[in-house]
Design a protein around this ligand. Structure first.
Ligand SMILES: [Zn+2]
Length: 667
C-alpha cells in the first residue's frame, strides 16, 4: 500500500483547514522571521546566518583556489550562542550542531503548504532561501554548515552526536516536498548530491566509514528519495544504516571509547534492530528509526524486520504511551522509561516524539490496514501534536505534561523541562517546524491505497480521486470530527469497477457504528475496517460513531494513575484547568456515576465541545490538634463540596494564560 497522492487530497474539513491555514498564514511566515533572527523576544536561531556564513566561506574558497587555507576544526560545544545577538560574527557558526535542520523542516512545510494552494510570495521567499542554502554546499556535495564553518577535517568523525546524517535526512525530506509541490529541482539536486557523497563514503568496504546516524531520520528520508527517484542507491544506503545499527562492537565506541561495554539504549544501538522488541532510548530517535524500519520491511518484505516493527509498536502502545499519545516519559535522555512508568507532572512527552509516532503508525498502515495503527495515529495527532502549538500559532510546547502546577515547574529543578505556558521559540527548535510540516502534510495520512481499495484512516473532510484500472473514482468525505462522529462519503464513478472503500472503525467506539449505504451492495468487516464494494451506482455512505464522554483508567501497573481516571470523548482526551475549576486540582474527585453535559462553546475562536460533570472538592478540615508546627494536623475529617467540573480538550490547555492543569482526576 501507499499513501494517497497528497496533491490529489483536498482537505475541506473545517477543523483541519483552520489549522492548515494557520500554519500557512502565521506559523510559516513567523518561523521564517525566526530563522533569520528577526524576532527580538524569541531565542535567536542563527539558522540562515549559518548557511550565509558557509556560503561566504565557499566563495572565498572558490576565489583563492589552491591557496585557500581551510579552517582547522576546534570544538566549540554542542550549542554555541553569542553573548548578545549583535555580537554574532558573520563568519561563525551559532546554534545547535543540527541547526540546519530547522530550515529543512521549514521548507518541507512550505512545500506541503504550496500543495494546498499557490502562494507566489511564499514561493519567492522559499526560492531565495534555497539559493542561500545551496550556496553553502561544497563542490563534493557535502552540506552541513557546522563543519563547513568550523573545520571539515573532523566531518563524519562524530556520528553519534554531531547530526550530519540527521541534517541530511531533513534536507532530503524538505527537498522532496518542495520538488513535489513546485517541480523545481534545485534543492532536490542539492539533496541528491549530498546523499551521493554520503553513499560514496559509507559502507563495509575498505576505507569506508562503517557507521550510521546517531540521530535517525536519514533512513526514512532515503526511502522517500528512493520512492521519488527510483534510484536503488538511496534504498541501499538506508538499508545499510538499518542493518548496521546495533551490531557488535557498537560503532559509536570507536568515536567514544568511554561507551565500551555499555549497552547503547539511547541510540537504539544496543542490539541489531531485528532483535529489538522493547522501545527504548531517546523517544524521537526511536520512532524515527522504527519508521525507517517499517519502510524497509514494506519494501523488502523482510519478515524478521516486520516482526520487530510490530513488537516495538506494541511495546509503545501496551506499556509506554500516555493516554494523550505522548511518548518518552522521562526528561533524562528525553527517553522512554521502563514499562508503565508514566509520570504526569514530570512527563517529557516531546511534541516531536508524538509526531514520530504518527510517522511510525502511518508506515505500519502501508504494510497492513489494521485499525490499531490508525487509532494511535489519530490519538497522537488530536492530542499531543495539537497541544504543541498555541491557538494563534505563535508559541509552542516542546514538553507536553499531563499535569502542571505552574509554581512547581518554576521552582523544582526536576521539572525545569516542563513549561506552564507555550514558548515563543526554543534554541533547540525541533518541535515547532515539525508540527508545521505534519499539519501541512495531513493529506498524506488520511488514506492509503492499493490497486483497488482506498483505506480511510482519519475522518478528515476531504475530496480525493483514485485511479482504478484507468477509471477515475471520486471520493468526497464530509466529517463532523472531532465534535461529532457523523461522516458522509459520496463515491462517484465506481459503478461496475473493482473499487472498494475501507472505513476505519475507531477503537474508541468499541466496535459500534451505524452504517447506511446506497449504491453498493457488499459489506465486510476485517481488522477494524468495514469494506464497501460492488458499487452499482454513484454511492452515498453514511457512517456514524457515538462520541460519548467516557472514563478511562490506566492499567493498575501505572502507579501514578491509581485511583484516577481521565475523560475522553471520541478521539479527544480532556483535561481540567484552574481557570474553569479553581486551583488545587488534586482536591477534585470526579463522580464515577455522574452525568456528562456537553456544551459547544466558542471561547477558543471556533466551536469546541466542552464537558461538565459532577464532582466534589475534598478539603481536609482543620483540626485544633497539631503535633508540631503548622504543617501537620491530626486528621479530623474532610469537607466535601459538590462542584460542577468543567473539562476542555487537552490540546487546548494553556491557551487562557498560565494555570494549573491535569488530565487525570481522582475518583
Ligand atoms: Zn522536538
Amino acid at each position: 500500500m501507499k499513501p494517497a497522492d497528497i496533491k490529489k487530497v483536498k482537505i475541506k474539513d473545517e477543523f483541519w483547514s483552520r489549522k492548515q491555514a494557520l500554519v500557512k498564514k502565521e506559523v510559516i511566515p513567523y518561523q521564517w522571521e525566526i530563522l533569520n533572527d528577526r524576532i527580538p523576544e524569541a531565542e535567536a536561531s542563527y539558522c540562515m546566518h549559518n548557511f550565509k556564513a558557509a556560503g561566504l566561506l565557499n566563495e572565498k574558497m572558490r576565489k583563492k583556489g589552491d591557496a585557500f587555507e581551510a579552517p582547522k576544526f576546534t570544538y566549540r560545544g554542542f550549542a554555541v550562542f553569542p553573548e548578545k545577538r549583535e555580537d554574532a560574527k558573520e563568519d561563525e557558526f551559532y546554534g545547535f550542531v543540527f541547526q540546519d535542520s530547522d530550515f529543512y523542516k521549514w521548507i518541507e512545510a512550505v512545500g506541503y503548504a504550496l500543495m494546498t494552494g499557490p502562494d507566489p510570495v511564499l514561493e519567492e521567499t522559499a526560492d531565495r532561501a534555497i539559493d542561500i542554502v545551496c550556496s553553502a554546499q561544497l563542490p563534493n556535495g557535502y552540506l552541513d554548515t557546522y563543519y563547513i564553518i568550523n573545520g571539515m577535517d573532523k566531518s563524519f568523525s562524530d556520528l553519534r552526536d554531531h547530526h550530519e546524517l540527521y541534517c541530511l535526512g531533513h534536507l532530503i525530506e524538505g527537498a522532496v516536498a518542495y520538488y513535489q509541490a513546485t517541480g523545481k529541482e534545485k534543492l532536490l539536486n542539492t539533496a541528491e548530491r549530498y546523499a551521493d557523497y554520503v553513499a560514496s563514503l559509507f559502507g563495509t568496504g575498505e576505507g569506508k566509514i562503517n557507521g550510521y546516524p546517531g540521530h535517525e531520520i536519514a533512513e526514512m528520508a532515503l526511502f522517500a528519495l528512493y520512492d521519488l527517484t527510483g534510484e536503488e542507491k538511496y534504498k541501499d544506503l538506508a538499508e545499510y544504516f538499518i542493518d548496521e545499527r546495533g551490531k557488535t562492537p557498537n560503532y559509536f565506541e570507536k568515536e567514544h571509547p568511554d561507551m565500551k561495554g555499555k549497552p547503547d539504549y539511547y541510540h537504539q544501538a544496543h542490539m541489531p534492530v531485528r532483535e529489538q522488541t522493547e522501545a527504548v532510548g531517546h523517544a524521537v530517535r526511536a520512532v524515527y528509526l522504527y519508521s525507517g524500519m517499517a519502510d524497509m520491511a514494506r519494501l523488502t518484505k523482510d519478515a524478521a524486520l516486520l516482526n520487530a516493527c510490530e513488537k516495538l509498536f506494541d511495546s509503545i502502545v501496551d506499556s509506554k504511551m500516555y493516554i494523550t499519545g505522548g511518548i518518552g516519559a522521562t526528561h533524562l535522555g528525553e527517553s522512554f522509561s521502563h514499562p508503565f512508568d508514566l509520570p504526569n507532572d514530570t512527563a517529557y512527552s516531546e511534541t516531536c516524539a508524538a509526531i514520530g509516532l504518527v510517522f511510525f503508525a502511518e508506515r505500519m498502515l502501508r504494510i497492513k490496514a489494521d485499525s490499531k495503527y490508525a487509532d494511535i495515529m489519530e490519538l497522537a495527532l488530536f492530542n499531543t501534536v495539537l497541544s504543541g502549538m498555541a491557538l494563534d500559532g505563535k508559541s509552542f510546547f516542546y514538553v507536553n505534561p499531563l499535569e502542571v502546577i505552574p509554581e512547581n515547574c518554576k521552582k523544582d529543578e526536576r521539572k525545569t523541562h516542563v513549561k506552564p505556558i507555550r514558548q515563543k521559540w526554543f534554541g533547540c527548535a525541533c518541535c515547532p517546524p515539525n508540527i508545521a510540516r505534519l499539519i501541512t502534510s495531513l493529506g498524506r495520512y488520511i488514506y492509503t491505497e492499493d490497486e483497488n481499495t482506498l483505506y480511510t484512516h482519519l475522518y478528515v473532510g476531504s475530496d480525493t480521486v483514485k485511479n482504478v484500472n484507468g477509471k477515475e473514482v471520486t471520493v468526497s468525505m464530509e466529517s463532523g470530527f472531532p465534535n461529532n462522529g457523523n461522516v458522509r462519503i459520496t463515491v462517484d464513478g465506481a459503478k461496475d469497477s473493482s473499487f472498494r472503500l475501507a472505513l476505519r472503525i475507531p477503537g474508541w467506539t468499541i466496535g459500534k457504528y451505524r452504517l447506511n449505504v446506497t449504491g453498493a451492495s457488499e459489506k465486510e468487516e476485517k481488522d477494524g475496517y468495514v469494506y464497501i464494494g460492488n458499487f452499482t451506482e454513484d454511492a452515498v455512505i453514511d457512517i456514524s460513531f457515538d462520541m460519548i464522554p467516557r472514563l478511562i483508567a490506566a492499567d493498575e501497573k501505572v502507579a501514578e494513575d491509581n485511583f484516577k481516571v481521565c475523560v475522553a470523548r471520541g478521539p479527544i482526551v480532556y483535561c481540567m484547568e484552574e481557570v474553569d475549576n479553581g486551583d488545587k486540582l488534586r482536591q477534585i474527585r470526579i463522580d464515577k456515576n455522574g452525568s456528562f453535559t456537553e456544551e459547544i462553546c466558542n471561547e477558543f475562536g471556533y466551536d469546541v465541545v466542552t464537558i461538565k460533570t459532577d464532582a466534589k472538592r475534598i478539603i481536609p478540615a482543620a483540626s485544633e490538634v497539631s503535633p508540631f508546627g503548622a504543617l501537620y494536623n491530626e486528621f479530623a475529617s474532610f469537607e466535601e463540596k459538590e462542584i460542577s467540573l468543567r473539562l476542555i480538550p487537552y490540546y487546548l490547555w494553556a491557551n487562557r494564560g498560565e494555570n494549573e492543569m491535569s488530565v487525570y482526576i481522582n475518583i
